[in-house]
Design a protein around this ligand. Structure first.
Ligand SMILES: Cc1cc2nc3c(=O)[nH]c(=O)nc-3n(C[C@H](O)[C@H](O)[C@H](O)COP(=O)(O)OP(=O)(O)OC[C@H]3O[C@@H](n4cnc5c(N)ncnc54)[C@H](O)[C@@H]3O)c2cc1C
Length: 501
């Protein structure tokens, strides 16, 4: 069946842009349609968590993004309780504060460099899904509708997703907080804490630095909740800040002020035939914890290689459906956690605030709970379901091992393939027919395990090599079974022995 491109993506937000880059890197023909006339200059999200930075590292763009922001290794939660991120087991033991437009810029430049076609002033208005093609109607800058044929359509078109609505996919949930004020300002007397947050009685305030003299302020007053169309005044924000924190830090020169509300919603399925949903189109939740953009980018990181494998015809049975099976529960968990965090932060009666602060302080001082909280907030703790008898590493985030060739694992992942990591030589012929999808690698120091790392830096499969040291045949058979399970059928090429690097 003739198609104009393999994948059409609606929306050039962080989700659509990361996905486009991954598809283009794999050689898939993809086009992003964005209804805006140009790149967004809005700073909606400003927190990039460690796991997202790791995913960007596996694409070679994390260091550039880190250079645009300010790393924050301690989060002040409520009542002086602080969450320490500096001990996270990652290259990025912090939260990066940088405007969303920087993340989008870095992702767009990468996607274009890799060959993705990104078209602004192009709104997806209709589509019809058929058995082997999706017809997508796009209204371009001249206002005329044009019809394109794509193999797949991804709705990465945000909270009010046109794709989701045309699909008729429900988006059940409820509003959680109304009339939250937001401003980007300068401060005459900046706070000494890098991120400052507190809630007292009916008032909540959060302040974070962008690192260039501008600060993001989020303020909320339980008893003053006008409609979102009501303009925000700096005095309102000053007053709430004063009530919640005890000073307004000499706030002045607002460059952006807005009022927003937040909802908790999630679609029941991320796939319907040849249509997929990702990012805010599939889930939205409270801003507490700054998870929206992070979860969205990680959706795209999970989907990209699976969709590429499907387009290229090597995806094993069920691989594309595992996108929904893996990401739906993560979205659900984020909804639950950010909702709970919001309720804790906005605890109303002053009589309960003391108990809340005490509990928050205790939770962040006990090493086990502090680590759980830090893993949860940073995304480092995300893992995917594994079969009951699988090796304990299966489904877990891959640690960024140093490799014998002096690269790191996340550098070895940058070409978008699986990486098979094992000590010493792999059994002869174990990787025959997979050299187009799998890169062999040797860790700098022995690990006693063989691991197959997915392109999105999670462990697909692992086995202990100490248990089977004297049995190369068994090891080869297990490797081939794992490759068939994750990487599909071997290519029909002349057999060749592959030595690990
Ligand atoms: C005030 C605020 C603060 C936030 N802070 C944080 C934070 O600190 N950390 C965090 O992780 N998240 C935060 N978020 C959430 C974050 O901004 C979103 O989760 C993120 O932008 C989702 O990315 P996305 O690509 O899925 O959707 P979007 O960024 O919404 O992108 C969707 C794109 O699709 C385009 N589009 C829509 N319809 C069509 C159509 N029919 N055809 C073509 N294009 C279309 C839109 O123009 C848009 O560019 C915040 C949100 C707000 C509002």
């Amino acid at each position: 069946m003739f198609t104009d491109f393999d994948v059409a993506i609606a929306g050039a937000g962080p989700t659509g842009l990361l996905l486009a880059g991954d598809l283009a890197r794999a050689g898939v023909r993809c086009t992003v349609f964005e209804r805006r006339a140009e790149r967004s200059g809005l700073t909606r999200a400003f927190a990039v968590h460690a796991r997202t930075l790791e995913e960007l590292d596996a694409r070679g763009v994390a260091d550039e993004l880190v250079g645009t922001g300010i790393p924050v290794s301690e989060l002040r939660i409520v009542g002086g309780a602080a969450l320490n991120l500096s001990r996270l087991p990652t290259r990025f033991p912090y939260l990066l504060v940088t405007p969303q437009y920087e993340t989008e810029r870095v992702l767009e430049e990468r996607a274009r460099l890799l060959g993705a076609d990104i078209r602004y002033d192009s709104k997806v208005t209709r589509f019809t899904g058929h058995q082997d093609v999706v017809e997508v109607e796009v209204r371009e800058h001249d206002g005329l509708p044009r019809l394109f044929r794509a193999g797949w359509l991804v709705g990465a078109d945000g909270m009010h997703s046109t794709v989701r609505k045309i699909l008729g996919m429900p988006f059940p949930g409820k509003p959680v907080v109304r009339s939250v004020m937001l401003a980007d300002v300068r401060l005459a007397q900046p706070p000494s804490d890098v991120v400052t947050m507190n809630a007292v009685g009916d008032f909540f305030c959060f302040i974070a630095p962008f690192g260039d003299g501008w600060y993001r302020v989020i303020a909320w007053d339980r008893h003053n909740q006008p409609p979102e169309s009501t303009p925000v005044s700096l005095d309102e924000i000053r007053d709430v800040t004063h009530e919640a924190i005890g000073t307004d830090f000499g706030m002045h020169e607002p460059r952006w002020m807005s009022r927003f509300h937040s909802e908790e919603r999630q679609v029941p399925a991320y796939r319907s035939g040849r249509i997929l949903l990702a990012g805010d189109a599939a889930h939205v939740h409270s801003p507490a914890g700054g998870q929206g953009m992070n979860t969205s980018i990680q959706d795209a990181a999970n989907l990209g290689w699976k969709l590429a494998a499907t387009v290229q015809g090597w995806a094993p049975e069920g691989l594309l459906d595992s996108y929904d099976a893996e990401r739906y529960p993560v979205g659900k968990q984020v909804l639950r956690q950010s909702g709970a965090m919001l309720r804790v932060v906005l605890t109303g009666p002053r009589s309960l605030v003391g108990a809340r602060n005490l509990l928050a302080g205790a939770a962040t001082r006990i090493p086990y709970t502090a680590r759980m909280l830090a893993d949860g907030a940073s995304g480092i703790g995300i893992s995917y379901r594994a079969p009951r008898d699988a090796h304990p590493l299966t489904g877990k985030r891959a640690a960024d091992l140093p490799l014998a060739d002096s690269r790191r694992l996340y550098e070895a992942l940058r070409d978008g393939r699986f990486v098979l990591v094992g000590d010493g030589q792999f059994p002869p012929n174990a990787m025959d027919g997979y050299s187009d999808r799998v890169t062999p690698a040797t860790p700098a120091a022995p690990t006693g395990t063989l691991t197959l790392i997915r392109p999105d830096a999670y462990t697909a499969w692992a086995m202990s090599t100490t248990a089977t040291q004297g049995a190369p045949d068994q090891r080869a058979a297990e490797i081939r079974a794992a490759l068939a399970r994750w990487c599909g059928k071997p290519a029909r090429t002349a057999p060749q022995a592959v030595a690990s690097r």
